[in-house]
Design a protein around this ligand. Structure first.
Ligand SMILES: C[S@@+](CC[C@H](N)C(=O)[O-])C[C@H]1O[C@@H](n2cnc3c(N)ncnc32)[C@H](O)[C@@H]1O
Length: 334
């Protein structure tokens, strides 16, 4: 049975009904759990994409600049590591591509070197994929492009049906940090299972550093991270007919230097009921009750090497920014 009907446009983004249902199911599951939580993958509607761009440009948010330094200044080393010995044609797949600002340096370098590859960005945000399609085909003439809108592993499976060429998978921006360490390890194991010996991954890890530097990145003076978190409540209001009073929630980030976990919460500043009208649901919030929003895990290099060994990868190389705040790990499937 075909469950798909015509797409709906909400908040500047286009979704099919199945996606809206998944969103509702995940929101309800999270808000009726104890403690309450929401899934950070839903941050990225058209407004969330823009807020993330603003965040990347703000003074305190260092991860983007660190990884940008690696991609803009060590492009040759990155390219040489992934091209392989016999210059074979390959698929360059990017998980959670966003605006592909950093990877564009690599794409351009590969094109200039005459390397034969196809770029397949994967993103849960349809808006992101549509924009990349327009911008990259315009700015990088000759780029072979196949945008894939959906969840990481669903789209990775789809990519495998499109070609049987060698795969090189980019997972940048410390997206892997949006999972606790054990989950990140399971993610790498699943990633490994979608790949074949000789395939490669290039994963961006944000490293442990001065705790104040880390916390400031998630608590910027302009309040962009706060808006980014609150935007998910706006999104629930708009797309699921809820009535969150946004002003009655506050943003609270914490960083634990021992575990390397930086966590963001929204705190209910009042005893209040929130209704999800489209689905006839009511959710009670006690004053000071929290919703867990996102983890941004920080790693030691040793931890990441361990992760590679445990999940079936051999380390090829690590590239760092000048401050050693961020690492791009290049691993090959064993
Ligand atoms: C933090 S941004 C990083 C963007 C880019 N990789 C960078 O380094 O600047 C995360 C991106 O991953 C996408 N994303 C998050 N969870 C996803 C999932 N489960 N499946 C596919 N895309 C996802 C978001 O839509 C967003 O564009």
């Amino acid at each position: 049975m075909n469950t798909q009907t015509s797409p709906v446009t909400l908040n500047g983004s286009t979704y099919n009904h199945t996606a809206v249902n998944h969103f509702y199911e995940d929101v309800l599951k999270g808000l009726t759990a104890s403690p309450k939580h929401l899934d950070s993958k839903y941050f990225y509607d058209a407004i969330g994409d823009q807020l993330f761009q603003d965040l990347m440009n703000c003074e305190e948010y260092y991860p983007t600049n660190c990884e940008l330094e690696i991609f803009s200044q060590k492009t040759e080393a990155l390219a040489s590591a992934i091209i392989g010995d016999n210059n074979d044609e390959f698929d360059l797949i990017e998980l959670g591509a966003g605006d592909a600002m950093k990877s564009t340096y690599l794409l351009k370098h590969l094109l200039d070197r005459g390397v034969n590859f196809t770029y397949l960005p994967i993103d849960i945000s349809a808006h992101v994929i549509d924009q990349l399609d327009v911008e990259l085909t315009q700015n990088l003439p000759g780029l072979k492009f196949e945008g894939l809108n959906g969840e990481y592993f669903n789209m990775l499976s789809k990519a495998a049906t499109l070609s049987n060429k060698r795969k090189v998978v980019l997972f940048l921006g410390s997206n892997i940090g949006n999972m606790p360490v054990a989950e990140a390890e399971s993610f790498c194991a699943e990633l490994r299972n979608h790949l074949s010996p000789g395939d490669m991954v290039l994963i961006g890890f944000d490293l442990k550093k001065n705790p104040k530097t880390i916390l400031a990145a998630y608590n910027d003076k302009e309040g962009i991270t706060k808006k980014f978190n609150l935007n998910l409540l706006h999104r629930i209001n708009q797309e699921l007919g809820a009535d969150f009073v946004i002003e009655q929630f506050d943003h609270f980030p914490v960083y634990d230097p021992e575990t390397g976990a930086c966590k963001s919460y929204l705190i209910s500043t009042a005893d209040q009921m929130v209704h999800i009208a489209d689905h006839n649901q009511s959710i009670h919030f006690q004053k000071d009750e929290y919703i867990f929003m996102e983890i941004s895990q920080k790693f030691t290099v040793e931890q990441t090497r361990d992760m590679a060994a445990k999940t079936g990868f051999d380390v090829v190389n690590y590239l760092f920014d000048d401050k050693n705040w961020f690492a791009d790990a290049i691993w090959k499937v064993r």
